[in-house]
Ligand binder design. Structure first.
Ligand code: SF4
Ligand code: F3S
Length: 106
């Protein structure tokens, strides 16, 4: 599956959701996740993310491995999102800041 990682937190641009052919993105207050059971590995979402926060599980940077479990867990708890919306207000400011997991709102 593809995995949404740290740099989505506090940005949530949502460009990714528009291209997903199986609508497998789920939305929390300041982050999105992909349901690994629904993702068909089409790779369409990866280049759409302005924050470059989406990776194939096979190419996940070592420091992002914890997001495999986070995506699987939160996909079962959050509502589906299929249409792009405005990013979070301070998205540009937060884009690229490291270690945003501490700010994740569940
Ligand atoms: Fe959806 Fe394809 Fe991205 Fe998986 S890889 S989340 S199926 S767009
Ligand atoms: Fe997040 Fe990138 Fe989608 S910032 S909401 S993974 S476009």
């Amino acid at each position: 599956a593809f995995i949404v990682t740290d740099n989505c937190i506090k940005c949530k641009y949502t460009d990714c959701v528009e291209v997903c052919p199986v609508d497998c993105f789920y939305e929390g207050p300041n982050f999105l996740v992909i349901d690994p059971d629904e993702c068909i590995d089409c790779a369409l979402c990866e280049p759409e993310c302005p924050a470059e926060a989406i990776f194939s599980e096979d190419e996940l940077p070592a420091d992002q491995v914890q997001f495999v479990e986070i995506n699987a867990d939160l996909a079962g708890k959050w509502p589906n999102i299929t249409e792009k919306k405005d990013p979070l207000p301070d998205a540009e400011e937060w884009d690229g800041k490291p270690n945003k997991l501490q700010y994740l709102e569940r």
